[in-house]
Design a protein around this ligand. Structure first.
Ligand code: ZN
Length: 149
């Protein structure tokens, strides 16, 4: 029998072992650090955004648990080549999925919906959302690291 749960697990394990878009981005015109003190996850995201408000490239570095790494890896794949308004829509949909009672909006989220399972583990929700908050503070050119607490 086809088991969706296993498929999701495999995708998360794959992105944890082989994170996509991992490393420093040069040149980049936005970057920020994020920290989740509950788990110890640390991230640094780098973005190159062009005049049309399009994310031309995005990478991340850092050390964290498997959920934070897989989430950041999946996020960079989802955001590369997208507009900042798409980022905002994805941010909202991801946040609603991780914290709300609604079924994930798979049409908007695509592959990101594999992280819907974190909702069952309240302590891991911040691991999954850290990278999204970090991109947000990068776009706001925040001088303080994004924190989940
Ligand atoms: Zn974590």
């Amino acid at each position: 029998m086809f088991n969706l749960g296993d498929l999701y697990q495999q995708l998360i394990i794959d992105h944890t072992k082989n994170p996509r878009n991992f490393g420093k981005l040069e040149p980049c015109n936005h970057d920020a650090e994020g920290y989740n003190p509950l788990c110890g996850d640390q991230l640094h995201v780098y973005l190159q955004v062009n005049d049309e408000q399009m994310i031309e490239d995005i990478t991340f570095e850092g050390q964290g648990c498997s959920i934070s790494t897989a989430s950041a890896s999946l996020m960079t794949e989802a955001l590369k080549g997208k507009s900042l308004s798409t980022f905002q829509a994805l941010f909202d949909a991801f946040h609603a999925m991780a914290t709300g009672d609604d079924k994930p909006n798979e049409e908007v989220l695509g592959k990101l919906a594999v992280l819907a399972g974190v909702k069952e583990f309240p302590s891991r929700i911040k691991c999954a959302t850290l990278c999204w908050h970090t991109v947000k503070s990068a776009m706001e050119d925040a001088t303080q690291p994004a924190r989940t607490e």
